[in-house]
Design a binder for this molecule. Structure first.
Ligand SMILES: [Zn+2]
Length: 367
């Protein structure tokens, strides 16, 4: 694996089904607005990487239910697989013009007041049991894309456990806000967690997930929070400064039970640029080394980019290249695509990060 003259020699796992998810906007503060998690995100990345000469591979198995159930509750997986058909059968599109699945009532701790959650009868009431915000809509084709994205992540992990120095999964929709039992933040199933667990199943004793998306990966944190074998480290815009996911991602969340100290959050002030961000990435790399990680899952969100509409961080493409290099020096890397919403620049950022990973792997191999 190398990068010379703008050519990137890295396996890229891609499935056209990832384009089938068309959320058609999001409900934000009560209004349906245009969303930024659009199919073109994947198309521009694919175009840029194809130009760079990458090898495209399909996922090995789109129907690997065991890989999904290793990190998600069966009820969540079944909900995502069936909710659009249920929504149509309940005639929400035909009779009410509701062309996407959206929750309207949420069984929060405040509502339940200590009582257990019952599964409600009405389809439109069931959605809030799994979907924790109103921005993460489900429509025709969503499930096909969701399972394809997870399958791409699993295959990238399998390539790494089979000896690849690095592999990239062009996952869409992204995954790091999806937890073991619920979804939100434009994420449905957790692709990075699926990859990390696949590495564990393949015999990698210690895995580090390093998440450089601009937002905290609350879902990945939740999945591994009590586990010592998978470290989770994230640098992101400070949720305490008013940013999604608002309720978690704070520095004092360090894991619990057997997973104590295997979780690290580095929240940054809005406006932070390369210096502060790379210091944080360095810290996470030191942690991963101290954790004894033999392989890394990189949650590659490029929405910390200066021009990105979804975050106030100010990281340059060169910053992403350097982050990739630092992370590539740790060991074999399965790179999983997360966020990144500025269609004009996001593909260059992804390329820069992957080029950095390739350079970091090459440097590690030569020492
Ligand atoms: Zn993000």
């Amino acid at each position: 694996m190398s990068i010379e003259g703008g050519v990137l020699d890295m396996p890229v796992v891609w499935d056209e089904d990832c384009l089938l998810h068309q959320p058609a906007g999001e409900v934000w503060l009560g209004e349906r607005i245009d969303g930024t998690e659009v199919p073109d995100r994947a198309t521009v990345i694919l175009h840029r990487l194809t130009e760079a000469g990458v090898r495209l591979l399909p996922p090995a198995d789109r129907d690997d239910e065991a890989a999904l159930l290793a990190v998600h509750d069966r009820a969540l997986v079944e909900h995502l697989a069936t909710v659009w058909a249920d929504w149509e059968a309940a005639r929400f599109p035909a009779d009410y013009g509701r062309d996407r699945v959206v929750p309207y009532v949420f069984p929060t701790a405040a509502m339940l007041a200590g009582l257990p959650v019952r599964t409600p009868t009405a389809t439109h009431a069931q959605v809030g049991q799994y979907c924790y915000d109103t921005m993460t809509l489900v429509g025709p084709g969503s499930w096909e894309a969701i399972r394809a994205a997870a399958a791409c992540a699993k295959t990238a992990a399998d390539l790494v456990s089979a000896g690849a120095s690095a592999a990239y999964a062009l996952c869409r929709p992204p995954g790091h806000h999806a937890g073991p039992a619920g979804y939100g933040g434009s994420c449905y199933l957790n692709n990075a967690a699926t990859a990390a667990q696949a590495l564990r199943h393949a015999g990698v004793d210690r895995v580090a997930v390093i998440d450089i998306d601009a937002h905290h990966g609350n879902g990945t944190q939740a999945i591994f929070y009590a586990r010592p074998d998978v470290y989770y480290g994230s640098v992101h815009v400070d949720p305490g400064a008013g940013w999604f996911p608002h309720y978690m991602g704070f520095a004092d969340e360090r894991g619990n039970e057997a997973g104590i100290n295997a979780n690290r959050n580095v929240p940054l002030a809005p406006g932070s640029g390369d210096d502060a961000w790379l210091d944080a990435v360095n810290l996470l790399c030191d942690d991963a080394r101290a954790h004894g990680a033999q392989a890394v899952v990189l949650s590659l969100g490029v929405d910390a980019a200066t021009a990105d509409p979804e975050s106030p961080l100010q990281v340059t493409a060169d910053g992403y290249r350097r982050a990739g290099e630092l992370i590539g020096s740790l060991g074999p890397v399965a790179v999983i695509q997360e966020g990144g919403y500025d269609l004009a620049s996001l593909a260059d950022y992804v390329f820069a990060a992957l080029a950095g990973v390739a350079a970091g792997r090459a440097a590690a191999a030569s020492t």
